[in-house]
Design a protein around this ligand. Structure first.
Ligand SMILES: *[C@@H]1O[C@H](CO)[C@@H](O)[C@H](O)[C@H]1NC(C)=O
Ligand SMILES: [Zn+2]
Length: 299
């Protein structure tokens, strides 16, 4: 009897779920009538201070207030839990890591990090630099400490964005790469086999002085316009063996990348650190392993 009631409840909730129209990315929207793609996302998604954007690097204005970040708790090694949330893979970061400096108005606490990728090797990042996309993009999402109502909410969230490019073998990243094969479907989660710190996932600390800054939004619905973005010039490097997968895994892959949004009148700043440190162009034929490992996530 209970089972039957439960089944009836399930059946009843389905049309409702459809009417609410769950959001999805463009590639999924093409294959499915059950979800709405980026051009119809709700919330604030159709407003005009949205993310991601293309960053014209030479036009970004040097801003002297954009000094180095100070990172705290970023060196703490843990066996993080990695979750497939149906839109990305996400690592929950507890409450142990904060950032300050970097031209931010106040300290921010790290909440989670997640990845964006594509089946097309040079289309997996959300932001682009001078029109070029990278293989992937990693977002570390922070929330402002001491939130006060009545305060300007434009910077309630600080996202640190790292582009991912093919390069040297990155042993430190491997525990995350390996975790992905254990969570092929939405709602699955796993724990890394080895402890790593946030710094282990990032480029050399010294290179984190070079970054771009603008105000925008979350890149998933409801696209709230309350994000202060930092896009680092130095990419995370992963070796081709980490990016590449020559694949028996013929599952359908999907792209969790929101299309570029108009910059409009918003200024884009760059940190004052001297020297040019821009990612090198991506060789055309790489198919990311991470992408393949997470194949089928979004089916
Ligand atoms: C530098 O950036 C801050 C925001 O971080 C902004 O308020 C300020 O106007 C910028 N300065 C210049 C000279 O553009
Ligand atoms: Zn993101």
């Amino acid at each position: 009897m209970r089972l039957l009631l439960a089944l009836l409840a399930l059946a009843a909730s389905r049309p409702l779920a459809r009417a609410e129209s769950h959001w999805c990315y463009a590639t999924q929207a093409k294959d499915s009538r059950d979800c709405v793609g980026p051009d119809q996302w709700g919330g604030q998604c159709q407003k005009d201070r949205q993310s991601p954007i293309n960053i014209a690097t030479t036009k970004a204005r040097v801003n002297e207030s954009l000094g180095p970040f100070s990172f705290s708790g970023y060196d703490k090694k843990e066996k993080w839990t990695v979750q497939n949330n149906g839109h990305s893979v996400m690592v929950s970061l507890g409450n142990g890591a904060t950032i300050a400096g970097g031209g931010l108005a106040s300290p921010y606490r790290a909440k989670q990090l997640h990845l964006h990728w594509s089946r097309v090797p040079d289309a997996g990042s959300e932001h682009s630099l001078d029109g070029d996309r990278s293989a992937m993009e990693m977002h570390i999402v922070h929330e402002k400490e001491n939130k006060k109502e009545a305060q300007d909410p434009k910077d309630e969230i600080a996202v640190l964005a790292f582009l991912v490019e093919p390069g040297n073998k990155n042993e430190d990243f491997q525990p995350l790469v390996e975790a992905l094969s254990a969570i092929p479907r939405p709602m699955m989660s796993t724990t890394m086999k080895q402890s790593i710190s946030l710094f282990d996932l990032l480029p050399e600390k010294e290179k984190l002085r070079h970054y771009f800054r603008y105000l925008g939004s979350l890149t998933t619905p409801g696209c709230e316009e309350k994000v202060v973005w930092t896009v680092f010039a130095e990419p995370i490097q992963l070796h081709m063996d980490q990016l590449y997968y020559d694949g028996e895994q013929k599952q359908k892959m999907t792209d969790n990348v929101r299309p570029l949004q108009p910059r409009g009148q918003r200024p884009v700043f760059r940190s004052q650190a001297p020297g040019q440190l821009l990612p090198s162009p991506l060789p055309a034929l790489l198919a990311p392993t991470l992408t393949c490992l997470v194949a089928g996530f979004l089916r």
